[in-house]
Design a protein. Structure first.
Ligand code: MRU
Length: 371
């Protein structure tokens, strides 16, 4: 489990009944505070506000949300539908939700009573949580080995985008877990942290995690990455993923695709680190991935945990500081899609694929493949 003073997600039994307690990521790095969700509706709001976020953790939280609905005696199918559709791009969310819903339904089909079926749902959510922690540990090792092959220079200068560490996982995370492994081996010269506009997951969250781990790092404005590449200051790019299509296209935080183009131009490896649950064979091509569009105000206003953005106060006092004329429209896709030919390798807990093609992605997901 993540080594935080406040766990990123925690099931808690209170005198009023069970709740899901989340480390509220909108408040980081200013405060480590918990957001208490008493029901699925509160969890859906927390997911939309990005209080809980990042693909693997969305799956874990969604799974617990279904268990919460079951334990509280709510309509589990309805709860599952609402949770699964809270955000559209990270496939882990719907996968986690459906897995726990399936365990609940199977228990009922086997003749369990409501209480036993709810217990089965909670056990499945806990199993998902544990598996995610184990997967991140394995990805950290495999990613570290891969970098040893790809990068001829140590210590390394690695560049990452968005946030992919303990805050997005039951364990150490995805791309950041690899960076952490490199650092633990004494092989990290510098972590370049893209600030990740508009919601600053890099500046707020990755810099927070890097600080906690004592890593050498610098935050940069997203647009500064090009000059870093041209100065020869990046040895590899490591990012996570929200959905990997059957053809190997990778949806990740907006700004990832431009990095892949820069990396290719400068001959730098571009490595994606994600658990197999992020691969969605039902999504055939990158163009089929639904990219979440978020409110204009996230772009036209800036906010920080020291001056929080409140979605319900769009453009008004409390909605951040305007940086564009009031009422300005904005283009705000939360993710972009990198085509497989620009991805050097995908690291999963089941192994590494390179090159990234429909065939290697299918092989990764084949039931016969275990490591
Ligand atoms: O909108 P967010 O903050 O949920 O986006 C998160 C990302 O894009 C991460 O890079 C992705 O989920 C991979 S994390 C393992």
């Amino acid at each position: 489990m993540a080594d935080h003073g406040v766990p990123v997600v925690r099931w808690a039994d209170t005198p009023e009944g069970p709740v899901l307690a989340l480390l509220d990521q909108t408040r980081l790095p200013a405060e480590e505070t918990e957001l208490i969700c008493e029901d699925a509706q509160a969890l859906v709001a927390a997911i939309r506000a990005l209080s809980v976020r990042g693909a693997p953790l969305l799956g874990v939280a969604g799974g617990y949300g279904v268990a919460l609905g079951a334990v509280r005696g709510h309509d589990v199918a309805d709860v599952a539908d609402r949770l699964a559709s809270a955000r559209p791009t990270a496939v882990n969310l719907a996968a986690g939700v459906r897995r726990v819903e399936g365990a609940h339904r199977a228990a009922l089909d086997d003749g369990a009573g409501a209480e036993q079926a709810a217990a089965a749902a909670l056990a499945e959510a806990r199993a998902l949580h544990e598996e995610d922690a184990e997967a991140s540990e394995r990805m950290a090792q495999l990613g570290h080995e891969l970098l040893g092959d790809l990068v001829r220079r140590t210590p390394m200068r690695l560049l990452t985008h968005c946030n992919t560490g303990m805050l997005v996982s039951g364990g150490r995370g995805t791309a950041f877990a690899v960076v952490s492994q490199v650092h633990a081996a004494g092989e990290l010269q510098k972590l370049w942290v893209d600030e990740t506009r508009p919601l600053l997951q890099g500046a707020r969250l990755t810099a927070y995690e890097a600080t906690r781990e004592g890593m050498p790092f610098s935050v940069l404005a997203d647009g500064a990455a090009g000059s870093l590449f041209s100065a020869g200051e990046v040895d590899a790019v490591l990012i996570g993923a929200d959905r990997i299509a059957a053809d190997g296209s990778v949806a990740n935080k907006v700004g990832s695709y431009p990095l892949s183009v820069l990396a290719r131009h400068h001959g730098v490896p571009f490595v994606v680190v994600a658990p197999v649950t992020t691969v969605d064979l039902a999504t055939k091509r990158g163009a089929d991935i639904v990219v979440e569009q978020r409110p204009s105000e996230e772009v036209t206003h800036v906010s920080s945990p020291y001056a929080p953005y409140h979605p319900e106060a769009r453009g008004e006092r409390g909605g951040g500081i305007p940086v564009a004329p009031m009422g300005a429209d904005a283009y705000n896709p939360a993710f972009d899609v990198t085509p497989p030919e620009l991805v050097t390798a995908i690291v999963t807990e089941r192994g590494v694929i390179s090159p990234v093609t429909s065939e290697t992605v299918a092989g990764l997901c084949s039931p016969s493949r275990t490591t």
